[in-house]
Every structure is written in C-alpha cells, then in structure tokens.
Design a binder for this molecule. Structure first.
Ligand SMILES: Cc1cc2nc3c(=O)[nH]c(=O)nc-3n(C[C@H](O)[C@H](O)[C@H](O)COP(=O)(O)OP(=O)(O)OC[C@H]3O[C@@H](n4cnc5c(N)ncnc54)[C@H](O)[C@@H]3O)c2cc1C
Length: 463
C-alpha cells in the first residue's frame, strides 16, 4: 500500500509497485523553457503536447503533493465532451459558429484521449461507451427532449445526441422509474488516477522533469517560486484548478466546490446482466442536483453527487472531503436507482473540489508578453476538457497558428467572484435550489420554468 491510498477508490486500487517512488522536491534554482505549476491533467497534458511539438523543450512540472493528488486522481471518470458553459452562452459572445467549433472540438477530444492512452500504453480502463441521462419522471423526459432538440438546432445530429424511448433507455440501464432519456456516444469511462499517474510517467519518458512535494508560493513573469528553489522559465503555466484561490493575486478567480463520491464492492455478473451498462456507459439522470456514475472495470459502482456546502473564504481542507450526511444521501440515491443491488457494501467514500468561475466558463489563457499561461475552471467537466486545454496551450506557447488557438474559450475572461459574505450566501443558495426543485417536481410532477431559468442563469447549466 502507498501513502496516498486513502484518497479515493482509484488511489486505493493502485498498488505500491504501480504507484512508484515519490519524485524529489525542487531544491535550488533551475532554468527551463516552460514551468508548469500543478501535476494534474491540465499540467500533464500541456507537458505532453509541448514535448510532442518540440522534444527539445525543457519542461519542469512543480506539484505541491504528488501527481494525481487533486481532482484528476479522484473524479467520476467521465471523459466527456461536456463543457460547463452552455452553447447559448458561447454563441451570445462569439456567434453560433464558434460555439459549434468548440463543441465539435470536445467531441473529437474523447477520441484523442483514447488514441493517446492506446498509443502510450496507459492502462486506465478506457471504455468509449458514451453517456446516458435517464429520465425518471415526465418533467425529466420533457427536459431530455428539449435538450436534444436544442443541440440539434446547432446542427448536431442523432449520431451525437438522441432521445431514448423507455424501452431503449431500460435496455441500456435498468434503473427504477425509467421513462426514457437521452444518449450521446461522446464520453468514455476511465480510471482517473491511472490516467493521471500514467500520463506522469509518459511525460517523464518524453523528457519532462516532475518535482513532487514542491508547492509554488508565487508565480511571476519568468519565475515559479517554491520555499526551496525557483524555476526560471520564459513561460509559466498555472494549472492549479480548485487550489488556485490559495495563490496570491488569485483569491477570487474561481471557487472550490466540493463534490463527493462513493464506491461499492464489485457486484456479481448476474447483477450486471440484469442492470445493463454493458458498454460501461457513464450514467446520470435528469434531476437538477448533479449525480454521476460509472460501472468500473472491476464491476463496482463509482457514484457521486454535488450537495456539499461551499466553505467560507474558498477554504479547502481534507476534512471537507468526508461528510457523512452527504455521503449518506449519495448512497440513498444509488439505492433508489438500483434497489436490486441489496445491501452491497460501500467500500470507499471520498471527495474533492472542482473549480467554478463567476460566469461558469472554463478558459485557456496565454499572454505572449509576460509568458504567463493558465487553463481551468472546468467545474465537473475537466477530464476531457483538460486534454483540449493542454493541446491548445502547447499551440499557443509554441506559436502555432492552429484552429485550436482560435476557439472561443481562448482568452476568455470571467469577472472575479464577490468578496465574502456575498460569495458564501450566493453559492450556498445555489446548493439548495436544485434539491428544492427536484422535490417539487417529484411531488407535483410539474416543472417550474422560472426556477429552472434562475438555476440555468446562475450556473450556466447546459440548456
Ligand atoms: C469528486 C470529483 C468528481 C469529478 N468527476 C468528473 C467527471 O466524472 N468528469 C469530468 O470531466 N470531470 C470531473 N471532475 C472534475 C475533473 O476531475 C477536474 O476538472 C480535472 O481533474 C482538473 O484537472 P486539473 O489538472 O486542472 O486540476 P487538478 O487535478 O486539481 O490538479 C491541480 C494540481 O495542482 C496542484 N497544486 C495546487 N496548488 C499548487 C501550487 N501552489 N504549487 C504546485 N502545485 C499545486 C495540486 O496538488 C493538484 O495536483 C470531478 C472532480 C471531482 C473532485
């Protein structure tokens, strides 16, 4: 067992040999072409594509803890084409064509991740089975139809997104109360920590240096400074996602929002032949409170949801990752979906933080003059998006004039979050609204268009 096995199911399922030795911290000053702060997917994909473009570059990654410590090691493993901002939001600022180009680039990204993990031999249980959003009451079915129609109005086809009848939905996943749903092939299930750890090894093989246990205290043009040394580099990439608020000068750039998960023990084949998810489709349903699940390669449910409070001052702490009330609710939701799983044991409970910008946009940024670069604010959609961010940053930094550098999220600026107490009050109101809406819908069977509109407005929820 390795020291980080307690972080999540994913960390626990990697044995000490596969985990490998810890990398030495940065000691003293060093020069590089590119310094990358953060050893999650954003940092590692950026290193990967930079070195692919130009193998002679000296790339140094500084990671506060260990590779895959953050959200990249702990997530739900949906490598999807989802973005936190809606097509309408992108179209309003940049036109419909730009919105479609970014969405199309995300579709392609799922295949790109699959291509790289196969080519580089990263064994992360990648299964390109698509995703399923079940409708479990009339209101959810209504929304599924609307959502697909909306996507089609942007020119996407049934092959990208289609409505499922009750029979089709049940054939894919026999959860309770299913009346239909929607399906998209643009998602793969992955073992997130194996993807992060594998990428770490690949970029080292390509020539990058990774220093673990090297928290960066300050980023300034040309320098990433830790307590024990500095990396002096023309380009410094900030890839710190939910941890960003702890960096000086970035306190209100984004907020960390906790999302918690559970995993069950492996379920028998008889359970899966009755339940489905035969292509390891990732699954959710159409409720407003976000839930997400996958059938793992070893036959467990890994299942998570939002609902944990935002903490005053954007605080982060290991103790926020364990919340028995929220974990209990997540377990209840899973049992309600699949009561036939019986009293199967929950073997792992964990959590982590995603990052949200004030307008719910994710972004890629590069300032040619200062050499400062960044990407992030993916909310719960970073597994695929980080790959596109890494490719785009590599193009920007190496000066390649590609289609990627002209996508509408490049250079997008979100305004900063309000100071406390407004931030605390606003975000936590947002945490209760979805549950209230779901309860009302379950009780009355009716949608509440104005409350849905408020929620969509506040969260950039995909329309
Ligand atoms: C429980 C959970 C479930 C999720 N489920 C999904 C999902 O199913 N699909 C999906 O698309 N997305 C999901 N997400 C979101 C997704 O995991 C993230 O968007 C993605 O991993 C972000 O990658 P990153 O590299 O930008 O950030 P991270 O993986 O958080 O990496 C940032 C790294 O920077 C390091 N760091 C921070 N500060 C410093 C510093 N000062 N100096 C040096 N290093 C520093 C951290 O230790 C960390 O390792 C989920 C997230 C969580 C927490």
């Amino acid at each position: 067992m390795h020291e980080f096995a307690g972080l999540s199911l994913w960390h626990a399922s990697i044995d000490a040999d596969e985990w490998g030795a810890q990398r030495p911290r940065l000691d003293g000053d060093t020069h590089a072409d590119v310094a990358i702060v953060g050893g999650g997917y954003t940092g590692l994909w950026t290193a990967y594509y930079l070195l692919q473009r130009d193998p002679s570059l000296k790339v140094v990654v500084l990671e506060a803890q260990v590779v895959g410590f953050g959200a990249s090691g702990r997530n739900g493993g949906w490598c999807s084409a989802l973005l936190p901002m809606s097509l309408d939001a992108m179209a309003a600022e940049h036109g419909r064509d730009a919105a479609v180009r970014l969405q199309q680039a995300m579709h392609d990204t799922v295949g790109e991740v699959g291509r790289v993990v196969a080519a580089e031999g990263i064994d992360c249980d990648f299964a390109h089975g698509g995703y399923l959003s079940l409708a479990r009451n009339a209101a959810q079915m209504d929304r599924a139809r609307e959502h697909v129609e909306h996507l089609h109005s942007y020119g996407f086809a049934d092959d990208d997104y289609h409505v499922l009848t009750e029979q089709e939905a049940r054939a894919r996943c026999a959860a309770t109360d299913v009346v239909g749903g929607m399906y998209s092939p643009h998602c793969a299930a992955v073992h997130p920590a194996r993807l992060a750890r594998g990428l770490g090894r690949v970029v080292e093989r390509m020539g990058a240096t990774i220093h673990e246990h090297s928290p960066v205290l300050a980023i300034t043009p040309g320098t990433a400074r830790t307590a024990h040394g500095r990396v002096l580099a023309r380009t410094v990439v900030r890839a710190t996602e939910a941890f960003t608020a702890a960096l000086d000068g970035h306190r209100r750039d984004n907020v960390p929002i906790y999302t918690l998960m559970i995993a069950t023990q492996p379920l028998p084949e008889s359970f899966w032949s009755e339940t489905g998810l035969h292509q390891r489709e990732t699954f959710a349903d159409g409720r407003h409170m976000i839930i997400y699940g996958q059938r793992t390669a070893d036959g467990r449910f890994a299942f998570g949801g939002r609902g944990a409070w935002y903490h005053w001052g954007s605080a982060m702490s290991a103790k926020f990752e364990r919340n028995s009330a929220v974990h209990h609710k997540i377990h209840e939701s899973l049992r309600e979906l699949f009561p036939h799983m019986g009293d199967v044991e929950v073997t792992h409970q964990w959590g982590g933080a995603v990052a949200a910008a004030r307008d719910w946009w994710c972004h890629v940024a590069y300032d040619k003059v200062t050499g400062l670069a960044a990407a992030g604010n993916y909310v719960g959609d970073g597994v695929g998006t980080t790959n596109l961010a890494g490719r785009t940053l590599a193009d920007l930094v190496t000066g390649a004039d590609t289609d990627l550098v002209n996508l509408p999220w490049v250079g997008h600026r979100s305004r900063r979050w309000e100071p406390e107490p407004l931030r605390y009050l606003g975000i936590n109101t947002l945490m209760v609204l979805p549950t209230a809406l779901d309860r009302r819908e379950a009780r009355t069977g009716a949608r509440s268009p104005w409350q849905e509109a408020v929620l969509a407005r506040l969260t950039g929820e995909k329309s």
